[in-house]
Design a binder for this molecule. Structure first.
Ligand SMILES: C[S@@+](CC[C@H](N)C(=O)[O-])C[C@H]1O[C@@H](n2cnc3c(N)ncnc32)[C@H](O)[C@@H]1O
Length: 213
């Protein structure tokens, strides 16, 4: 389903500052291989959330070959340094990410783990300022309690693909992924511990701030 006016995303993309050559190469690789990266418009938004929140510790779940990681790492670097966890279960993608992030001069900020992301978050000591989730969608709802436990009060949980190409609006679509996204959006929006906005950028980005108690 086409979610936006056809000129909207190209227009927003034209406003994103030019990226370093290695990031442009990552964008070109995604186009050639049809790999689902967040893209420059959402990438710039993730960078901005990192800067606005002053985040120094970011945990990324389902990192691919490091494109979204690069945006977080640029934000953390500009905030004075810290660490960004890159977690993906595919060793070849992890190797590719190391290579790209080294080309960008950001690899010293990144902790690389080849692992299932929920298990890795469980094993990793918190708290985190930001936890970004881009794993297989059917696992989004079950990741929420752990994310909540690992975020600092005032920290941000961010979920990509929360409009799921508009499939969530189709009353006949009961696939596991579509149902999981519907559950996640409702569950976070109704959770009194979070304050949320679903931002209709690209495929939808849900931003949830954990309240101080
Ligand atoms: C949508 S892509 C990530 C793109 C990345 N966030 C970006 O924008 O550059 C998701 C990646 O995470 C991997 N993945 C999915 N579920 C995972 C899980 N539970 N644990 C670890 N990796 C996972 C997928 O195989 C894929 O490589």
């Amino acid at each position: 389903m086409e979610l936006y006016h056809p000129q909207l995303m190209p227009y927003l993309e034209s406003l994103v500052p030019e990226r370093p050559a290695a990031m442009q190469a990552m964008e070109a690789y995604a186009q050639q291989t049809n790999f689902p990266i967040v893209g420059p418009v959402v990438g710039q938004f993730l960078y901005l959330l990192t800067r606005v929140s002053g985040a120094r510790r970011v945990f990324e779940m389902g990192s691919g070959y490091g494109y979204s990681t690069a945006w977080f790492a640029m934000g953390v670097q500009a905030n004075g340094g810290g660490e960004v966890y890159h977690v993906v279960w595919d060793a070849e993608l992890s190797r590719k990410a190391r290579d790209y992030l080294a080309q960008l001069g950001l690899d010293s900020l990144v902790r690389f783990h080849v692992s299932e992301a929920i298990e890795q978050l469980q094993r990793t000591e918190g708290p985190f300022d930001i936890i970004f989730n881009d794993i297989q969608k059917e696992d989004y709802p079950r990741s929420v309690p752990l994310i909540k436990a690992k975020l600092r009060p005032g920290g941000l949980a961010i979920f990509d693909n929360t409009l799921w190409h508009g499939a969530i609006f189709d009353p006949n679509d009961h696939s596991a992924q579509t149902e999981a996204i519907r559950t996640l959006n409702r569950m976070l929006s109704e959770d009194p511990d979070f304050e949320c906005s679903l931002i209709p950028l690209r495929d939808g980005v849900l931003v949830a701030r954990l309240k101080e108690r």
